[in-house]
Design a protein around this ligand. Sequence first.
Ligand code: F6P
Length: 563
Amino acid sequence: MDSTIRVSGADSVANELIMDFPRHDTDTARAAHQALREHAQKTGERHLAALFEDDAQRFERLSRSGCGLLADISKQRLTTETLSLLSELARARGLQSWIECLFKGEDVNWTEQRPAMHWRLRDTKDRAPDVHAQLARMERMVDRILRGQWRGCEGDAITDVVNVGVGGSDLGPLMASFALSEQRPPRGHRPRVHFVSSMDGSQVAPLLQELNPATTLIVVSSKSFTTVDTLTNAATARGWLEREMPGRNGAVLRCHFVGISAQPERMSRWGIHEDNQLQFWEWVGGRYSLWSAIGLPIALTIGMQGFRELLAGAHDMDRHFQDTPWQDNLPVMMGLVDVWNLNFLNITARAVLPYDGRLKHLPSYVEQLEMESNGKSVTRAGENVTHHTCPVIWGEVGPNAQHAFYQLLHQGTQPVACEFIVAARHDRLNADGSEFKQLEDQHQLTLANCLAQSRLLALGEHALPADLELPAFKRYRGNQPSTTLMLDELSPRHLGSLLALYEHKVFVQAVLWGINPFDQWGVEMGKVIATDMIQVLESGQGGDNLDASSRALAERARCLNQD
Ligand code: F6P
């Protein structure tokens, strides 16, 4: 390899990390940073068991509630002094004025010179006319589908809706529709809602085989309407519909396709009829877009009233974030905790662990929201950061993860910050309205496991009987920090609040790290470079410009495809 090739950008960041002062920090911020480093040296390694022993009021001091959620950070390796010091740092880094800029609609997304106004989509009291108009249009569409008035080109009512999208145009609506699917629209007949994202066709092909073309509606969701994954799947669906219902002269497109995008001309060019287009705006980031018409699958699952409840819950959190003093402010508190774990305790991984099968897709949603937002290494000043930014995040439904990767959490070598998410209540009824006792018991069992795991992870053997003698391989050292987010119940309103909490927490972290959470330049180049690679695979041309590994892999795949 050319020895003149320099290690730059993220590589050099990774090598030099990681808890240095940002070069442009003010004196106050430097002082706050230094105070936190000293504090971390003194208290950071204290075992959670000792922290609980020290302070009988620890839960009361380190848990906060709002908008139907309780956030318990008492199992984090910190004290109230830590939070005060972190607040000093946040103050010195201008958090208050950044929050104001966000909600004034200033260009907080400075690399793309635009505001980030996802919060505007859920301002239930003062809805902007453009937002209101699209919501009303979406409502009419939902109403027609649910009432069976939207007809396919052979005159049948719609029974199945396929959302074709990827990233933010898939993960948010998929997660929320699945989470809330026990709710039903108050009126009408709910269609089955399916999601297709993967570009290789492995989702769309078997799904289409199961569906009746005459009663299927395809929703093409793409902010940019250029994403190849989505457009390829949409083209496959279109080919299928046109093949199955030949000679319909455009009626297939007219009756079986809806488009949702910030680019109406591109939707029209693709063939989506103007009446079937729902729009949103460039000022809504893809991963922040479930509140816009991208939420159509959610509205079809729970009804428009339920969707409005979801928006209202998010709006509750917007108000909470703006109006609540920092010591009681959930997004601020959670953002500070993550900064503490990553930058001062050097805990570089976080596990998202919902104890609720309905939240099965939450980890993927959070992975995109946090890692695409804060996986950055260049500051506002255009310099490489001198501290870690986003941790590595992964997750799974907690009870299933217990049988998969909890071994590493309990006895592995890595510290991992855990996040437990659980609903305190989950009412389940039989068809006659009576309590479904067996499912109630299953909920209690799940709650018990959630609480037991966070306790064991935190306290280790201190959670076990004192006289228990264990050989080394059976020991639990504990001290794995966690936050528990307890929802009163998993209603549309509380889910809305929870998701907005994550969004604002991401913003708080980005302010402290001095980065832009609203762009995603890192994923753009992959799209361009893949286009060049197609040519190599198809014709073998251009392979000389590739590295030896990529060239050999492309050649092997090309040969195997020719056989
Ligand atoms: O992967 C990059 C990305 O732009 C995400 O930010 C976005 O959610 C996804 O692709 C899909 O983009 P679009 O909605 O424009 O198809």
